[in-house]
Write a protein that binds this ligand. Structure first.
Ligand SMILES: NC(=O)c1ccc[n+]([C@@H]2O[C@H](COP(=O)([O-])OP(=O)(O)OC[C@H]3O[C@@H](n4cnc5c(N)ncnc54)[C@H](O)[C@@H]3O)[C@@H](O)[C@H]2O)c1
Length: 354
């Protein structure tokens, strides 16, 4: 392998910008190629960042023997097929969250990773946040004791991004698979990745995308189109784990909530912690309760720093210097939870996971 890893970015929409900036800031990377099925977007992105090689089909990029690693920043329905193609072509893969759309797809990607021996890192970017890693040290050193309860919320009052995000065939679902994936993963990772036992979930499609609302800006897909919307607008769930711990979650694209909200909280026998909306650790010492406020640059998730950490870690993994923090096996477990919530909601009953 050359000293600098040659990277191709597949999918040149919104999130690719974070990947590209982080690759450009990493001295061990040559940003070698950009690919998007939208030719204009691919060319514009390549021109903006002075990337010489532009492709309009991921197979052409993968056929280029110079490419050693790829970021997959496309719609969710292409995550599994492009990951498998890339692994078979001998490339390392950083695939955006969610790993894919179904458990069956996740199993196929896992098999391809095993056969190729290449690195696949799932884009669980919040694991790579500085505050997450600080909190992980508290947890690993037993400061929170046994964590038996976690609670996560990611509420957008108005924030269905439209386009492919709202088309279940291309996204696999709405706020649960798009936003829930982050907060569920963060809790599960910090809880020590316990094995899931059962899930009870609900989904609602009551408000639609509320494209009628004026005077309130929100995040939109690169090809924003409010006319199609086949995804839920709210999901909630309780996940039970084999070790007795439980996780409660709710997420929305649209909801008559007073404000947007993100919260991720964990509770153990010796202490608790909040990673969102503001990093804090709660502890008891000498019969007194303490709320410890870390003196860090940002008490909430630093998006740019999180992506930089994630991409630096990926490159170190590609170069054989580190194990990835978010391997395919974890992507598979998270798919079981997401799909389990959808299944439970569709059946209207609790389901067990094997
Ligand atoms: N980690 C995060 O915090 C985060 C944030 C936003 C989006 N994402 C993920 O990133 C991915 C992309 O989201 P986005 O917001 O950038 O969407 P986007 O609509 O802005 O961009 C997606 C791009 O992918 C291209 N594309 C789709 N299928 C393709 C294919 N088969 N080959 C080549 N190009 C293809 C589209 O033309 C489009 O330009 C999604 O999986 C999303 O879940 C992650």
């Amino acid at each position: 392998m050359s000293e600098k890893t040659k990277v191709g970015v597949i999918g040149a929409g919104n999130i690719s910008e974070q990947h590209i900036k982080a690759y450009l800031s990493n001295p061990n990377v040559e940003l070698y190629a950009i690919c998007d099925r939208n030719e204009e977007r691919a060319k514009a992105k390549a021109a903006k960042h002075q990337v010489k090689n532009v492709y309009f089909n991921h197979l052409d990029l993968l056929n280029d023997p110079e490419v050693e690693a790829v970021s997959i920043c496309t719609w969710n329905n292409s995550h599994a097929p492009i990951s498998i193609d890339a692994l078979r072509a001998g490339k390392h893969v950083l695939v955006e969250k969610p790993l894919c759309m179904t458990v069956e797809e996740a199993l196929r990607v896992e098999e391809a990773v095993r056969q190729s021996g290449k690195v696949l890192q799932v884009g669980f970017v919040r694991r790579y946040g500085d505050n997450t890693q600080i909190l992980k040290q508290f947890i690993d050193n037993g400061d929170l004791g046994d964590i038996y309860y976690a609670k996560a919320s990611c509420i957008r009052r108005l924030g269905n991004p439209g386009g492919w995000f709202a088309d279940k065939d291309r996204s696999g679902g709405g706020p649960l698979i798009d936003l829930g994936v982050h907060v569920i993963d963060l809790c599960w990772y910090l809880m020590g990745k316990p094995k899931v036992k059962s899930i009870s979930g609900n989904t609602y499609a009551r408000l639609g995308n509320r494209a009628n609302v004026k005077n309130h800006a929100f995040y939109k897909a690169s090809d924003y189109d409010p006319n199609l919307n086949t995804v839920e607008d709210l999901a909630n769930a309780i996940i039970r784990f084999e070790n007795g711990a439980s996780l409660v979650v709710d997420v929305s694209f649209t909801l008559h909530a007073k404000q947007n909200e993100i919260s991720v909280k964990l509770y153990g026998e010796k202490g608790g912690a909040e990673i969102e909306p503001e990093f804090a650790v709660v502890s008891e010492k000498y019969d007194t309760i303490f709320n410890l406020q870390p003196q860090v640059n940002k008490l909430t998730f630093d998006f740019a720093k999180g992506f930089q950490n994630e991409i630096n870690h990926f490159i170190e993994a590609c170069q054989g210097r580190k194990e990835t923090l978010s391997p395919v096996e974890d992507g598979l477990e998270i798919m079981k939870m997401l799909c389990g919530i959808y299944e439970s909601a569709a059946k209207g009953t609790e389901i067990t996971i094997r």
